[in-house]
Unconditional design. Structure first.
Length: 351
């Protein structure tokens, strides 16, 4: 008779509900999903979830809660479970989606998604989730707020341009739009100052931002976005994973010789991080020879400027991770120095 060696609660999180699957691993390494239930995504639902799990699980065996990082909808539950002292793992969505494709499941529903999350937790050794650093959480709130204000300002500016170009522009409308744009300008500046003040208050974050801003095209706001969206890179274990987390990993559909889709970025990742890297990539193309050469080479190959710009954009998260992990500023002569050093070693051996 087999015994239970591991038990996991897999949770598919939506805005208003939690779809839960309870799974266990037997001593013969056979996974079993044996219970399902849906709960409201609020505190009353969290308490009902704990009561339900306690009735159906082994109290003498450690229990792991596993969920995806789904925007902000998972955060309240994560904080609640952490406050109650439960072990929790939060997995990047691309990992779950890649794992789901390996299963023999033809239909994707909330229930099958929760089952996949539970099975993933049973079969993998996952890192225990830690609360985001307070400063990272605040920086994330501010950088996202700034983007929303900038979007509102862009809409207002487009409306102003359209009204001024009209045959009979309404002066009162133009006046109100100008006041709105002026107000939003002040809001953007206020948020920028708050971000700068937060960075200066924390010595370690200030050092990290200084490191990241050594990369061409990466300014203080971009560095703050990267650090806050990755919780100081605690969610990330490799540069390819960071690229995937930003939704900049390439997806290609190919089957034999008859079906071949165009390669394109997945966009299945953190849209805030991906958006934060867009303008820096364009700036890097203009001001850094290495990126400029890569962009020109790709445009010459296929003639699509946007595709070449995205390729440069994919390089930026890799460089931010490398600079952060090596704790060394970006060196534009790094490749040249490495080539020179290798040449000197070869000559030394030959001599």
């Amino acid at each position: 008779m087999s015994t239970i060696v591991k038990q996991v609660v897999g949770i598919d999180v939506a805005q208003n509900e939690l779809v839960v699957a309870l799974g266990r691993m037997h001593s013969d390494w056979t996974p079993e999903i044996y219970a399902h239930k849906t709960f409201p995504n609020r505190e009353a639902g969290f308490k009902a979830l704990l009561a339900w799990v306690s009735k159906l699980s082994d109290p003498h065996l450690e229990l792991l809660y596993v969920m995806e990082a789904t925007g902000v909808y998972h955060e309240s539950l994560a904080y609640f479970l952490d406050d109650q002292g439960y072990k929790l793992s939060i997995v990047l969505p691309n990992k779950i989606s890649n794992y789901f494709r390996t299963l023999e499941v033809k239909t994707l529903t909330d229930k099958t998604a929760s089952e996949a999350i539970a099975r993933f937790g049973l079969e993998r050794k996952l890192k225990t989730w830690k609360r985001p650093k307070t400063i990272c959480k605040r920086l994330r709130q501010l950088t996202r707020e700034r983007h929303q204000i900038v979007e509102q300002r862009t809409v207002a500016m487009n409306q102003l341009h359209a009204e001024k170009a009209a045959a009979e522009p309404a002066k009162s409308t133009i006046t109100r739009l100008r006041k709105l744009i002026h107000f939003l300008d002040r809001q953007v500046e206020q948020v920028r100052k708050e971000i700068a003040a937060l960075i200066k208050e924390d010595e370690e974050v200030h050092r990290q931002v200084t490191l990241l801003t050594s990369i061409p095209g990466v300014g203080e706001l971009t560095a703050a976005s990267v650090l806050s969206e990755t919780n100081g890179f605690e969610l990330i274990t490799g540069k390819k994973q960071l690229t995937s987390y930003a939704g900049l990993d390439v997806r290609e559909k190919q089957s034999g010789t008859s079906v071949k889709g165009k390669p394109k970025i997945s966009k299945r990742g953190n849209k805030h991080l991906r958006r934060a890297l867009h303008m820096p990539a364009l700036s890097a193309i203009r001001h850094e020879e290495r990126f400029k050469a890569l962009y020109a080479r790709l445009v010459a190959r296929h003639g699509i400027k946007m595709k070449a710009a995205v390729a440069v954009q994919r390089k930026l998260p890799e460089m931010t991770y490398t600079v952060f992990k090596t704790n060394k500023p970006y060196d534009k002569n790094y490749l040249l120095s490495q080539t020179t050093e290798a040449g000197e070693k070869i000559r030394a051996v030959n001599n």
